[in-house]
Design a protein. Structure first.
Length: 169
């Protein structure tokens, strides 16, 4: 998923092609425009919480959500009625976070973005963060695979909150 013209269609195609080359019998399905994104864009134009809730319920059937970062450079959005990319991106991240749906933001150009998406899917599959798997309710446990460039707010908050708690030695 992602804001308009964030590269989600190309990433979806690349992931589908990559999965079919790796395993021709793969049952992976990559969707670049799930109903949730359409409902969110419509909601940003004219608030409709019913449509948004219905789309959110449908979205829960996906194992995981990749969000395309806004790093492809400025682009003129086609269609004047679309909310700006930044507004769509912020609303999408807030919606997924509030619904406690697992997602990762991927950045990069071309093969670099595909590699980032592969790493995110692999890592989250191994940690049990895919939807429908038993998820650890401890926020810090969800982020035990650290990276030096992580700037995920929930990760940082959990880390620093954990550091403030008294530790038995």
């Amino acid at each position: 998923m992602g804001a308009a013209q964030s590269g989600k269609t190309q990433l979806s195609r690349d992931l589908t092609q990559d999965a079919s080359h790796a395993n021709p019998l793969s049952s992976n399905l990559f969707v670049d425009a799930p109903p949730l994104m359409a409902a969110l864009v419509a909601h940003l134009k004219a608030p409709n919480f019913g449509l948004l809730q219905t789309a959110m319920a449908q979205h829960q059937s996906f194992d995981f959500t990749l969000v395309c970062g806004l790093d492809l450079g400025p682009s003129a959005l086609i269609g004047a009625a679309l909310p700006p990319q930044e507004a769509q991106d912020a609303a999408l991240r807030a919606l997924l976070t509030s619904a406690k749906l697992p997602f990762a933001v991927v950045y990069g150009q071309g093969r670099e973005r595909l590699s980032a998406a592969r790493r995110a899917l692999s890592t989250l599959g191994k940690t049990g963060m895919m939807a429908g798997q038993g998820q650890d309710k401890n926020e810090l446990a969800q982020w035990h695979l650290s990276c030096e460039n992580c700037s995920e707010p929930a990760c940082e908050r959990a880390l620093f909150t954990g550091l403030l708690k008294p530790q038995p030695y």
